[in-house]
Design a protein around this ligand. Sequence first.
Ligand SMILES: Nc1ncnc2c1ncn2[C@@H]1O[C@H](COP(=O)(O)OP(=O)(O)OP(=O)(O)O)[C@@H](O)[C@H]1O
Ligand SMILES: [Mg+2]
Length: 241
Amino acid sequence: MTAPLLHVRGVETYYGNIRALNGVDVEVHRGEIVSLIGANGAGKSTLMMTICGSPQARTGSVHFEGQDITRLPTHEIARLRIAQSPEGRRIFPRMTVLENLQMGASLDELKHFKEDVEKVFTLFPRLKERQAQRGGTLSGGEQQMLSIGRALMARPKLLLLDEPSLGLAPLIVKGIFDAIKKLNKQEGLTVFLVEQNAFGALKLSDRAYVLVNGRVTMSGTGKDLLANPEVRAAYLEGGRH
Ligand SMILES: Nc1ncnc2c1ncn2[C@@H]1O[C@H](COP(=O)(O)OP(=O)(O)OP(=O)(O)O)[C@@H](O)[C@H]1O
Ligand SMILES: [Mg+2]
């Protein structure tokens, strides 16, 4: 088997004295959609941020394309083409949609700028209609599209998405998940997705991990975890479907 694109091994991450990740092992292979599900406070965002180098893992390692990136500064990790749509979307509210997309493009990619913007607009036609509108005045769903679109402008090898479905109506969530699927199928984009919406995430994913109190307690194919009674009881029954 080929080496994983992303390999997280035995990672422990702390905030001061508080340990948020307690020995996490995760692998993401090229072309996969992998999700990480877990309750509030499980450490999902912390893992995503640790991959991006802020905060850094105190022990364990993060490898990307075989390179140890555990101690690299965030901007150098971004240059390796790991792009993130963080929790809360973090778009630039006073900039227009188009300017936000410009911020996502790396300097190396400026020659592809027009082509890449068109790709994002094809994926999310709503953004094209709204390109001159300020980010802060977009709806929640549109802001999520913009956050993903901005990450795509960096031509990522690995796209990290932190709770893209949060607070959005089911129909909008479906649109976002369909777009992720399409990118994966058509462009072979590798995606690591953090979600509390376990049902949607597991349906979308090739494989998934369950995180509880900073530790991976279960992993398997999306299909298997969807059918798993423990997962169903903890994350699916009566939860967000
Ligand atoms: N900046 C911080 N300083 C101190 N503790 C933090 C900080 N950020 C997160 N934590 C703590 O680390 C733990 C994991 O938080 P994290 O945000 O990774 O969880 P999460 O799984 O993403 O939760 P949610 O589903 O609510 O987004 C929590 O106990 C949280 O209170
Ligand atoms: Mg979070």
